[in-house]
Design a protein around this ligand. Structure first.
Ligand code: S3P
Length: 176
């Protein structure tokens, strides 16, 4: 069984994932970092030089492989579960944990970091965040076994809350 952290950019998937892995004694796998390792370049360069489609294919193969492993905390990219094949693979052996935050808080958190997020480049980043957030919200909510609003939490507090919530879900509920 794995724990997969999903949700919009800027909700803390990577930071909370690391803390969670450490606290639970699980290995940590960050899908974006694995994609970068495979491509041999950072995500913005993949988008620029090879296009979003190439990024999504790499993300797809990393997700497929990650979902065959066990005992991991997997931090997904913001778009990972929007591909139904990725979601299906993850659901086989992962509890899907949705990290949420108010879009206005996401805008604050991502201010100045747009350069590392190709989907927010060019034009008004705040506007793009609001629009993408609305487009994606239903998919995120539908994917989730467990939901945590990180708007007012530090990453440590979010990890504490996840551990508390995990204690509440019945094991049978993990199987689909
Ligand atoms: C993306 C989110 C990014 C990264 C890529 C695309 C998305 O991950 O995978 O830039 O589609 O939302 P983070 O959520 O870690 O920023």
């Amino acid at each position: 069984m794995n724990l997969a952290l999903v949700g919009f950019m800027g909700v803390g998937k990577t930071e909370v994932g690391r803390i969670l892995a450490e606290r639970l004694g699980l290995a940590f796998l960050d899908i974006d970092s694995e994609v970068e390792k495979r491509a041999g370049k950072p995500i913005p360069s993949i988008f620029e030089e090879d296009g979003e489609q190439a990024f999504r294919l790499l993300e797809r193969s990393v997700t497929r492989e990650a979902s065959t492993l066990d005992g991991l905390v997997i931090s997904c990219g913001g778009g990972t579960i929007l591909n139904p094949e990725n979601l299906r693979d993850l659901r086989r052996n992962s509890i899907i944990i949705l990290l949420r935050a108010d879009p206005e808080i996401i805008i604050e958190r991502l201010r100045g970091k747009e350069g590392s997020r190709p989907l927010l480049r060019g034009g008004d980043a705040a506007d793009r965040i609001r629009r993408l957030y609305m487009q994606r919200l239903d998919s995120y909510l539908e994917s989730a076994d467990v939901e945590v609003d990180t708007s007012r939490y530090t990453p440590e507090e979010a990890a504490d809350e996840i551990i508390r919530l995990l204690g509440e879900i019945p094991y049978e509920g993990h199987h689909r």
